[in-house]
Design a protein around this ligand. Structure first.
Ligand code: DC
Length: 211
C-alpha cells in the first residue's frame, strides 16, 4: 500500500463515532486520534487560566502551546469542558493552530483513524475512507445519560438533550470548518443499532471504500 492509511470519522457529539474509531483502528492496526480531546484540552487550558472563553488570542495561544501527547481523558470529559471546546473550536485561529499536528499524527506510519467534526472535509480530504456517523438527537441524549449514570455521575436527560442540541447548532453553523458530511463520506445512522451492529456496519462501509 502506498503511504499511510487514513480513515476519517466525523459526526455530532455522542453519535458513537469515538467508539467506532477506536475499534476500527484496532481492527486495521492503525493509530487512533480523538480530535475532540484536542479542542477540549484548549478549552480546559483557557478555563484553568481563568481567561475569557470569548478571548480568541488567549485560546489561540493555548492551542499553540498544546502537547498532543498526555491528555487526561477523565478531566477532559467534563461537561463544561465540552462546552468550552465547542466555543474555542469556532475560532479560525485555534483551528489553524491545531491543523498541522493532526496531519502529522495521521501521516505517521502506518496511518490512523481520526475522529472529529472536520476530518473528512478539512484535515484529511484525501482520506482513503470517510464515515459520517450520526444518530437521532434523542437517542444520543439517552446514550450519554446512561453512560454518565454508569460512571456514577449525575445525569439529567432533559439537560443533556438541550446541551446536545445547542452544541450541534454551534458546531454546524460556525463559519470555520463546520460539522458536515464530506460529499464522498458514507453516512451511517446508528439510531437503531447497538454497539456491535454499528461496528459491523462501519467496518463493512470502510472495507467497501478501501476496495
Ligand atoms: O467530540 P467532542 O464532544 O469531544 O468535541 C468537543 C468539541 O470540539 C465539539 O463540540 C466541537 C469541537 N471539535 C471540532 O470542532 N472539530 C473536531 N475535529 C473535533 C471537535
Amino acid at each position: 500500500m502506498a503511504g499511510p492509511l487514513i480513515i476519517a470519522i466525523d459526526g455530532p457529539a455522542a453519535s458513537g463515532k469515538g467508539t467506532l474509531a477506536r475499534r476500527l483502528a484496532a481492527h486495521f492496526g492503525l493509530r487512533h486520534l480523538d480530535t475532540g480531546l484536542i479542542y477540549r484540552a484548549v478549552g480546559a487550558a483557557v478555563l484553568a487560566g481563568g481567561l475569557d472563553l470569548g478571548d480568541a488570542a488567549a485560546a489561540e495561544a493555548a492551542a499553540r502551546g498544546l502537547d498532543l501527547g498526555g491528555f487526561d481523558r477523565e478531566a477532559l470529559s467534563r461537561h463544561e469542558v465540552g462546552e468550552a471546546a465547542s466555543r474555542v473550536a469556532a475560532m479560525p485561529g485555534v483551528r489553524a493552530a491545531l491543523l498541522e499536528a493532526q496531519r502529522a499524527f495521521g501521516r505517521t506510519a502506518p496511518g490512523a483513524v481520526l475522529d472529529g467534526r472536520d476530518i473528512g472535509t478539512v484535515v484529511f480530504p484525501e482520506a482513503a475512507a470517510k464515515l459520517f456517523v450520526t444518530a437521532d438527537v434523542g437517542e444520543r441524549a439517552r446514550r450519554r445519560t446512561a453512560e454518565m449514570a454508569g460512571r456514577g455521575l449525575a445525569a439529567d436527560y432533559d439537560a443533556i438533550l438541550a446541551d446536545l442540541r445547542r452544541r450541534d447548532e454551534r458546531d454546524s453553523t460556525r463559519a470555520s470548518a463546520p460539522l458536515k458530511a464530506a460529499g464522498d463520506a458514507a453516512v451511517l445512522d446508528t439510531t437503531a443499532l447497538d454497539a456491535d451492529a454499528a461496528f459491523a456496519a462501519a467496518l463493512a462501509l470502510v472495507q467497501q471504500r478501501l476496495g
